[in-house]
Write a protein that binds this ligand. Structure first.
Ligand SMILES: [Zn+2]
Ligand SMILES: [Zn+2]
Length: 295
């Protein structure tokens, strides 16, 4: 049995390494920490066990977060490797520093919830207006268990609502490469006619969002949809903040919104729903969006 040897190094050649035998994994990482330390929209990592790896010259090291050591060349600045207390005994190399990077093919994606909107394994997401032709689709999504769990007491009255286009509302379908995957409503809560939000300031937006099929949950699509929605809201110069009201029990949603920069405002009863109100100020948009999620 002959073990392949993969060779690589930095751009200037000062740092060289070898890795013997098959890698443990090849994966794309979409985390903010990798994005920042490599400068790439996402990073593709090739992971080896330490005994497979031989450094022919020593790289310098930067700790991007506790227990994480990122190797680089101090002469040319090339980022090279990743080691973490979470992955004891492993060294991960960036695919681009191998002499023959085409030998590796990624088998998956991690931290997709932090991915840039256009970065879902090449998939392209866009929002389009919902229309009466979406009636059956929306009814079908409404019957999904996770949709009912997130929104148990609302009757959306689709048949009627899909024919209405009031100025204070947008009903949107998110499509991934043309496939409908989720629904979103954006309203001006001060103008909305049922006064769901009660007395509320002008120039706000409130968003409802869900993913249609359970199989599309946990893949980062919600984050992309929300980012597109926020861009849409704040594209209006007069809009100062965006509101959202997940159920008080939906802790997963709370973390999701906090990661996008939303701040908790209050616990509030909307009809039969016990909710947490979150608010994202224009100034907090994107700037605070990804703190505390370093891998
Ligand atoms: Zn170098
Ligand atoms: Zn990462």
């Amino acid at each position: 049995m002959t073990d392949v040897t993969y060779r690589g190094g930095c751009h200037c050649g000062a740092i060289r390494f070898e890795a013997k035998g098959a890698p443990k994994f090849v994966a794309r990482c979409h985390c903010d920490s990798c994005r920042r330390t490599t400068g790439g929209a996402f990073s593709t990592w090739v992971g080896f066990e330490d005994p497979q790896v031989e450094w022919l010259s020593d790289a310098d090291c930067y700790c991007s977060s506790e227990g994480v050591r990122r190797g680089f060349c101090k002469q040319c600045g090339t980022p090279l490797s990743y080691q973490s207390d979470k992955w004891v005994g492993e060294t991960h190399f960036l695919i681009g520093v191998f002499d023959e990077p085409y030998q590796f093919v990624p088998s998956g994606d991690v931290f997709t919830e932090e991915a840039l909107p256009w970065c879902h394994g090449g998939g392209h997401m866009q929002l389009r207006a919902a229309s009466p032709a979406d009636l059956n689709l929306l009814r079908h999504w409404d019957e999904q268990r996770h949709v009912i769990a997130a929104d148990p007491n609302d009757d959306w009255g689709w048949e009627e609502e899909l024919h209405r286009t009031p100025e204070w509302r947008e009903l949107l379908i998110a499509e991934l490469d043309g496939r409908p995957i989720g629904f979103m409503q954006i309203i001006d809560p001060a103008l909305e006619d049922s006064h769901y939000w009660g007395d509320v300031a002008d120039n706000l937006r409130a968003v409802d969002i869900w993913i249609g099929e359970a199989a599309d949950l946990g893949r980062g699509y919600g984050t992309t949809m929300m980012q597109l929605a926020l861009e849409r809201c704040f594209a209006h110069a007069e809009v100062t903040a965006v509101l959202i009201d997940p159920l008080a029990t939906n802790t997963r949603a709370h973390r999701f919104y906090e990661r996008l920069g939303f701040r908790f405002v209050e616990r509030r009863q909307f009809g039969d729903d016990d909710c947490f109100v979150y608010r994202l100020e224009r100034a907090g948009w994107q700037r605070d969006g990804f703190e505390g999620t370093a891998s």
